[in-house]
Design a protein around this ligand. Structure first.
Ligand code: FAD
Length: 292
């Protein structure tokens, strides 16, 4: 089922993101964790894809399993950077053959060892080229793209970033999912600007529940997200007590989600990081709001 279609129902909902196993050895434990999350009957589940190969080969296995076993619509991520046209064509075909109708079309991060490489001969430099190829494949996919309320780290300024985003959406994105953010005002300001720029597709805010202190530095490094003082105080106070930190992080994410719903957002995407207990607690906190 296509995500753009399900979103039209405008019912308050959650979707969850999971990542595939790194090796065959931990395939079963990851599969079990993703199945526990699927039992919560989210609007859909997305499965990430490793940029330079890595965990990518299991993305489709996990997406297919969730869809077939639990009837939850899935979104298979696909990156293109440092891939050849031929590999990408094969992946698109494999996604179609697996019966997955939603693709999150991403450029991917430039692998560290290739940061200074000459990119002029690369088959793909930006996500827009992948979107064009998915469209040209002739398969009828619903396509998602990434967006950055606090601008993409490689962009010179927000105006440029939004201009590129508009081109990407015009190439065929049916919806967008945001990078994580910890201050909802940043999202509201971003939404205002992109609507002004003529981007009208649904935008799913991405919320990362921070459940341990180590995750803070990692997540900020990865996303470049701004940490509000309220969040910093919470980490300072509870960071050394794993259970307390987890509870506080879940409460903070729940607060963010309630505020997003109150301000007109209907679906929130949770970076649930293969943690069924975190996904369950957030959903339980919202049980009356979601009617679940
Ligand atoms: P693009 O849209 O190509 O943008 C990248 C940069 O290039 C931006 O600064 C943009 O403004 C600029 N740009 C775009 N087009 C042009 C152009 N034509 N000319 C000049 N500049 C241009 N990574 C993974 O490896 N696997 C995943 O599964 C994954 N899932 C993600 C899910 C979400 C919701 C998000 C937000 C990110 C995800 N990422 C994932 C990380 C993502 O791959 C990186 O953030 C990457 O650096 C950019 O990908 P993109 O698709 O946004 O790139």
């Amino acid at each position: 089922m296509k995500i753009a279609e399900i979103l039209k129902k405008e019912k308050l909902s959650l979707s969850f993101e999971v990542f595939p196993p790194k090796t065959q050895t931990n395939f079963e434990s990851v599969k079990n964790a993703t199945q526990e999350i699927a039992k919560l009957s989210p609007l859909f589940m997305s499965v990430t894809y490793g940029a330079g190969g890595g965990t990518s080969k299991y993305t489709l296995d996990i997406a297919k399993n969730i869809k077939e076993q639990y009837g939850v619509p899935t979104l298979a991520h696909l990156t293109c950077v440092s891939s050849s046209k031929e590999t990408v064509k094969e992946r698109i075909e494999a996604i179609h053959n697996a019966g997955v109708t939603n693709i999150m079309a991403l450029r991917g991060d430039i692998p560290k060892e290739l940061e200074d490489a000459d990119r002029s001969h690369w088959d793909y430099k930006y996500a827009i080229e992948l979107i064009e190829d998915i469209k040209a494949s002739g398969y009828d996919f619903c396509i998602g793209g990434a967006c950055y309320p606090e601008i993409h780290p490689e962009s010179a300024n927000q105006k440029d970033d939004i201009k590129r985003l508009k081109e990407k959406v015009d190439a065929g994105c049916d919806f967008l999912t945001t990078q994580m953010f910890f201050d909802n005002n940043l999202l509201y300001s971003f939404l205002y600007k992109i609507r002004e720029a003529g981007i009208t597709v649904p935008v799913l805010p991405g919320i990362m529940p921070i459940t341990n202190a180590n995750q803070v530095a990692r997540s900020i490094k990865l996303s470049g997200s701004f940490m509000p003082q309220r969040f910093k105080s919470l980490v300072d106070k509870f960071g050394s007590d794993p259970e307390a930190m987890k509870q506080a992080g879940i409460a903070y994410a729940t607060d963010q989600i309630i505020d997003l719903y109150a301000n007109g957002i209907t679906n929130v995407h949770i970076y649930s990081m293969n943690k069924p207990d975190v996904a369950e607690k957030i959903q339980a906190n919202l049980s009356d709001i979601l009617g679940k």
